[in-house]
Design a protein around this ligand. Structure first.
Ligand SMILES: Nc1ncnc2c1ncn2[C@@H]1O[C@H](COP(=O)(O)OP(=O)(O)O)[C@@H](O)[C@H]1O
Ligand SMILES: [Mg+2]
Length: 259
């Protein structure tokens, strides 16, 4: 069994993600960069939110701060009401592993591992036994249409296939939130659309909350909500599509069937 963290995500009364007056300063020694200058934001469970803005405006920094990959310099970040900026490092790491999945532009797969080994890695790290991890990883690969490629290494897969493996890996621990930083940035537009379709399907079927950072307007316009950033601040924030009733009302449940 995965180790229980100090709290769960069962609290449905509040937005799943809340940021209040978040600032992030990078101090490189010579210069200080205020990458986030005061971000206030709330994201509802089951929504797909796209974040756009010019290069260097702070999109990746915001994603990393919201997800706890990076610390904030000021402000609070609450996940279902719990202030994660107060969690000690070890608890934060466990919390992330249990409740969040990550998808990156360049996939971040381990090249020496096969597809199924990449997907099962977070399960093994979270303490799930090898046989169950393998069963769940294979189920995850089946869900993204890659069961036949389970024993192949990343170098033998196309970009789109690699990103599917990365999505299966992100979903392996059955997270409530998936963060994706330029998930289609390295893909041609048709392959990118297939990845977007897959994430939208997972959102509808499993009530997963997605936060996409993207440069691509054609990607962003498929989200429920579009946030644009400029120079460390939110410039605009608009609802662009209704959330499907099933996604808005159903409860969180397993993406990958329990073995
Ligand atoms: N690790 C870091 N150290 C110092 N400065 C950084 C670091 N990461 C990002 N920055 C700076 O913070 C600002 C925002 O960067 P980033 O969040 O990567 O922007 P975006 O993802 O929108 O392109 C930029 O000015 C960038 O140079
Ligand atoms: Mg970035």
């Amino acid at each position: 069994m995965p180790k229980k963290t100090a709290f769960t995500l069962e609290n449905n009364d509040r937005p799943i993600i809340e940021a209040q007056a978040v600032q992030k300063e990078y101090d490189t020694g010579k210069v200080k960069v205020l990458a986030l200058k005061g971000i206030d934001l709330a994201i509802e469970r089951g929504h797909v939110v796209a974040i756009m803005g010019p290069s260097g405006c702070g999109k990746t920094t915001l994603l990393n701060c919201l997800s706890g990959l990076d610390s904030v310099s000021a402000g609070t970040i609450r996940i279902t009401g719990h202030d994660v900026t107060l969690l000690p490092d070890r608890e934060l790491t466990a919390f992330r592993a249990r409740h969040m999945g990550f998808v990156f532009q360049t996939y971040n797969l381990l090249p020496v591992l096969t597809a199924v080994e990449n997907v099962e890695l977070p399960l093994l790290v979270s303490g799930i036994r090898a046989r169950e991890a393998r069963t769940r990883a294979l189920a995850g690969l089946e869900q993204v249409g890659l069961l036949d490629w389970a024993r192949h290494r990343p170098a033998e897969l196309s970009g789109g296939q690699r990103q599917r493996v990365a999505i299966a890996r992100a979903l392996a621990t059955q997270p409530a939130i998936v963060w994706a930083d330029e998930p289609t940035g390295a893909l041609d537009s048709q392959t990118g659309q297939e990845i977007i379709d897959l994430m939208l399907q997972l959102n509808r079927e499993h009530h997963l909350t997605f936060v996409w950072v993207t440069h691509a307007v054609e990607v962003a316009r498929q989200a429920h909500r579009l946030i644009t950033m400029r120079d460390g601040l939110i410039e605009s924030d608009v609802a662009i599509a209704p959330v499907a009733a099933s996604a808005a009302t159903s409860s969180v449940h397993s993406v990958v069937p329990e073995a």
